[in-house]
Design a protein around this ligand. Structure first.
Ligand SMILES: [Ca+2]
Length: 185
């Protein structure tokens, strides 16, 4: 495949060449012929140029953590891993967030020793400002943490977890309006 093409290529866009795929178990990779723009299945040990399409991942940010070196400030959604009805949020380095179905709360665990660092009661994803019970050697007690997907440069995070454009100087008003709308719905 040619990595330098600017064309958007996908399997739905490019059907197979005539007679392909024909490799059955022997040909489990594909090459793209840029002339015909059609796929051919080939053995996976053939070395060709490649291209990758990586969709941007939503970054969940946790704000208001008491100090602790090594705790994650950002998480991404792991859609391969379901805990009950919920996907897991995996921290970039040391922690993960998941729903404990048995106890009915969300846990922030250290991945290394499976120590539970904090919990919060929530029957949904724990987005927005919430009380977390933290239990660690450095800090123990209730703490307000906010989890959101707001962009630090261009958005302000509301207490309900939603984001409003920072350019809007009345952001507090829009946050309140969102809260009122939620209450009315
Ligand atoms: Ca083939």
């Amino acid at each position: 495949m040619d990595a330098n093409t600017n064309e958007k290529l996908s399997s739905s866009y490019a059907p197979f060449n005539a007679g392909e795929p024909n490799g059955k178990e022997m040909e489990n990779c594909v090459e793209l012929n840029l002339g015909s723009k059609r796929w051919t299945d080939i053995p996976c040990d053939e070395r060709l140029q490649t291209f990758c399409h990586l969709p941007a991942r939503t970054r969940f940010k946790i704000r208001g953590l008491p100090y602790r070196i090594g705790l994650d400030a950002e998480y991404s959604l792991n859609t391969d891993r379901l805990h009950g009805d919920f996907y897991t949020l995996v921290g970039y380095t040391s922690t993960w967030l998941y729903h404990d179905k048995t106890l009915g709360h969300w846990r922030l665990d250290l991945r290394t020793d499976k120590e539970t660092w904090a919990i919060t009661n929530s029957s949904d994803y724990p987005l927005g400002l919430r009380q977390w019970m933290i239990n660690s050697t450095e800090f123990s007690g209730l703490s307000k943490l906010n989890i959101d997907v707001c962009d630090d440069q261009s958005e302000y995070n509301c207490n309900d977890g939603s984001c409003v454009p920072i350019i809007d100087r009345q952001h507090a008003f829009w946050c309140q309006l969102r809260t009122i709308r939620k209450m009315l719905n």
